[in-house]
Design a protein around this ligand. Sequence first.
Ligand SMILES: NC(=O)c1ccc[n+]([C@@H]2O[C@H](COP(=O)([O-])OP(=O)(O)OC[C@H]3O[C@@H](n4cnc5c(N)ncnc54)[C@H](O)[C@@H]3O)[C@@H](O)[C@H]2O)c1
Length: 377
Amino acid sequence: MSKRIKLGVLGGGGDSLIGVLHRVAAYMYDKYEIVGGVFNPIWEENIGFAEQIDLPTDRIYKDFDTMIESELKLPKEERMEVVSVLTPNFLHYPMAKKLLENDFNVICEKPLTTTYEEAIELEKIYKEKNKVFAVTYTYTGYPMVRQMKEMIAQGELGKIHKIDIQYYQGWINPIIHDEKLRKNTWRLDPEKSGISCCVGDIGTHCFDMLEYVTGLEVKELLADFNYVYSDNKMDVDANILLRFSDYVKGIIRTSQIATAEENNFVVTIYGQNGALKWGQENPNYLYLLQEGKPQQVLKPGHPYTKKFSLDGVKLPPGHPEGIFDSMGNIYRGVANAINKESIYDEAFPTLMDGVRGVKFIEKAVESATNGSTWVKF
Ligand SMILES: NC(=O)c1ccc[n+]([C@@H]2O[C@H](COP(=O)([O-])OP(=O)(O)OC[C@H]3O[C@@H](n4cnc5c(N)ncnc54)[C@H](O)[C@@H]3O)[C@@H](O)[C@H]2O)c1
């Protein structure tokens, strides 16, 4: 029998944005095989997609409940060991909860849940069950993000005093300015998306990234949201001030109406002795800024990079490491954890990171709806 981890997939069908990223990542290190799932709630689409990607159809189920019931009837060695939850946000909680309760490992898309209360409930079950649970903050898997994290942890920037994270997209422009379209997109529907659009969708990446690379924790925040139209109740743009302590501050600038921006996620960390700047659209270049010295460009795969960074690289320098590779590193970390092989502590974001991410969304919404006041974390 194959030694590969048996992976089930929920959502991520042919009509989805994120499905292909997870499928490629799962196969990247030859550690998983997809054995079934529910790709789409419409049966013809669901089975049609499974056939299209050449999966056996005996374990393509009509819905999530049927999947769990049927999988539990299989002998343990044949059963799905881990399930990826790639559905719209409101389905993450009921799916992840039932999966954990029935002893499946879980890989869940962000945001973990649509409310903090649900996130805490998952945390409780997770602590009882001792299963592996990853939340796919995709960008943490890039080699140069790992490099940033290690350089900061080893004190190479000195004391951090300013953090600036920008995540600018423009894709929602044609939707938000069309009255019909803005009422028909799940990301702008609180029932499906949760209480926030922009901050829930991409602000949460900023928050996770800054805590991941610096090891610092946000203590207070103040958020100002833009909804653009009075009939739209969901933020599409936000500026969020952050306080880590009296002398360490930061800002998250995030937007889905930044006209013509693509996926312009830029992380800048300023310390007493230098700064690091990394952008998702050119992820192989990590810029090191130091007073009185020419700017340096650090790149993946070189012996001068940290072990954790090198661990995330497959080919010699000069072969670009992209978003598929970043997600591939997260999937490999999860596989190693399931197989109880040694892993780097921060090889993948966990349920606890997901819980903090949801808390961040709620706190930002609380601040914005209270007239942009400071809110304690
Ligand atoms: N990590 C990242 O960088 C990143 C990027 C994009 C999206 N996401 C997250 O991934 C999730 C999905 O986003 P998307 O853009 O792919 O959405 P999407 O709308 O493009 O796709 C959703 C998929 O879920 C399927 N689906 C819906 N209801 C279902 C059900 N009841 N059972 C099974 N399948 C069902 C749909 O058919 C579709 O295939 C969201 O939570 C989003 O926040 C994460």
